[in-house]
Design a binder for this molecule. Structure first.
Ligand SMILES: C[S@@+](CC[C@H](N)C(=O)[O-])C[C@H]1O[C@@H](n2cnc3c(N)ncnc32)[C@H](O)[C@@H]1O
Length: 252
C-alpha cells in the first residue's frame, strides 16, 4: 500500500465514531519518552529459557504446543498471503496455546487481535480443553481501508461460538466486557504498547482477575512498564526472549 493510500485511510478512519479519541491518544503517546534502551537491557538481563520453564511445567503439553504451532504457522501464512494485506506479526502463539492448555481457564481476556494468531491459539486450546470463553479487545489498523474486516481473520468459524470480539479500543471494549464477566483466569496483553495503555488495562481488569491469575504481556521491551511492574508485583514475574523482542509473564 502506498503512503498516500495509508494517509487517505487514516483520514477516513478518523471520521468514524470511536476512532478519533484512540487515534489521538496514540499520537500523544508517541511524543513521550519510552526509555526503550533501559527496558531492553533489563529484559535481556533477566530473561529465562522458555523451553526449560515450559518443560518444567508440563513437557508433554509443551511438545503438543510445538506441534500445533508447527502446523498452524504455514496455514496462517498462506491465508494472510492470499489476503494480500500487511497485518503485522502475531504474538507468541505457541506460549499462549501452552498456557491455556496448562491453566485450563474458564475465561480468558486478550487485548490485541490483528490477524488473530493468538486468538486462534487461545480458542483452539480452549476447544481442546473442552470449553472456555475468550474476550478479545482490538482497535483495527487505521492505515487500512475498512480495517474491521481483517480483525481475527485467521480464526476458524467453528471456534467463534465462544468468542466475544470488541473493536472499539481497550477502554471502550473493557467497559463493555467487564460487567458481563465474573472472573478472568488468564490475560494476554498485546494491544496498546504504551505504558499508559498497559497500566490502564491492568488496573481496570484487576477487580475481575481471579486470585493469582497469570498475565502475559508482549513486547515488554518497548518501554519500562513491565520492568517497573515486576519490581512492585506480588506475583512472580518472568521474561522470555522472542527473537529480538521479549514477553513477560506474571503469576507462574
Ligand atoms: C501486535 S498486534 C496483535 C497481534 C495478535 N495478538 C496476534 O497474535 O495476531 C496489536 C493489535 O492491537 C491493536 N491495538 C492497538 N492499540 C489498541 C488499543 N488502544 N485498544 C485495542 N487494540 C489496540 C492494533 O490495532 C493491533 O490490531
Amino acid at each position: 500500500m502506498s503512503r498516500t493510500e495509508s494517509l487517505r485511510n487514516i483520514a477516513r478512519n478518523a471520521t468514524r465514531p470511536d476512532y478519533l479519541p484512540v487515534m489521538a491518544r496514540k499520537v500523544a503517546a508517541r511524543l513521550r519518552p519510552s526509555h526503550r534502551d533501559a527496558a531492553l537491557r533489563w529484559a535481556a538481563d533477566v530473561a529465562e529459557d522458555l523451553g526449560e520453564f515450559a518443560n518444567s511445567l508440563d513437557a508433554a503439553l509443551w511438545a503438543e504446543a510445538e506441534e500445533w504451532s508447527r502446523e498452524f504457522r504455514p496455514l496462517a501464512r498462506a491465508r494472510l498471503a492470499a489476503l494480500g494485506v500487511e497485518l503485522g506479526g502475531g504474538g507468541h502463539f505457541q506460549l499462549v496455546y501452552f498456557l491455556v492448555r496448562h491453566l485450563k481457564p474458564t475465561v480468558v481476556l486478550e487485548t490485541g487481535v490483528a490477524a488473530g494468531w493468538t486468538s486462534s491459539a487461545i480458542l483452539t486450546a480452549l476447544e481442546r480443553n473442552g470449553g472456555g470463553t475468550l474476550y478479545s479487545s482490538d482497535f483495527p489498523y487505521f492505515r487500512l481501508e475498512e480495517p474491521e474486516r481483517y480483525v481475527g481473520c485467521l480464526v476458524e468459524n467453528r471456534l467463534r461460538a465462544n468468542w466475544h470480539l470488541g473493536l472499539k479500543g481497550d477502554r471502550a471494549n473493557l467497559a463493555e466486557f467487564l460487567p458481563a464477566i465474573d472472573r478472568i483466569d488468564f490475560v494476554h496483553y498485546d494491544s496498546d504498547k504504551t505504558a499508559e495503555g498497559r497500566s490502564y488495562a491492568l488496573e481496570t481488569m484487576a477487580p475481575k482477575l481471579a486470585s493469582g491469575a497469570p498475565v502475559m504481556m508482549d513486547d515488554i521491551d518497548d518501554n519500562t512498564f513491565f520492568r517497573d511492574y515486576a519490581t512492585t508485583a506480588s506475583a512472580r514475574t518472568r521474561v522470555f526472549a522472542r527473537g529480538r523482542k521479549y514477553v513477560g509473564l506474571a503469576g507462574l
